[in-house]
Ligand binder design. Structure first.
Ligand code: ZN
Length: 135
């Protein structure tokens, strides 16, 4: 079951500059910054009440974020939904015809298990499923 929007991911060229910009915009400093090797990104997270914003900067020219910015420029990259059981949700969505970008959940930023859906199966929106890791 999907519960709520966990965060919104925004692709940025320069995370240092964007951290300053979003600190001004949201009037709060990022609460965490993290490098996710598997995705080739540096992330930072902001929290306003229950809403989280994730900024993503590519760490290499062949990362998905670098390719996204090259094609579309900076901007909203994905919407992440919190799920209670990522395996069950992946199975359900696959059976509904959505294309999963990974067959097993991956370890994402912010201590989450994540799976992405191909935007071509969801009206051009890259959807991330994420589940808190219980460790
Ligand atoms: Zn995300």
């Amino acid at each position: 079951m999907l519960t709520n929007v966990e965060h919104i991911g925004i692709a940025v060229k320069d995370i240092t500059a964007s951290n300053e910009l979003f600190s001004k915009l949201l009037n709060v400093a990022p609460y965490k910054s993290e490098q996710v090797e598997s995705e080739g990104v540096t992330t930072s997270f902001f929290k306003v009440n229950a809403t989280k914003i994730e900024l993503l900067e590519a760490t290499s020219p062949d990362s998905a974020i670098a390719r996204f910015i090259e094609k579309k420029g900076e901007g909203i990259h994905h919407i992440a939904f919190e799920v209670e059981d990522i395996y069950a949700e992946m199975k359900r969505l696959e059976s509904e015809g959505f294309i999963l970008l990974n067959t097993e959940p991956k370890i994402g930023a912010d201590n989450k298990l994540v799976c992405f859906l191909h935007p071509k199966s969801s009206n051009g929106v890259l959807v991330e499923l994420c589940q808190e890791r219980k460790i």
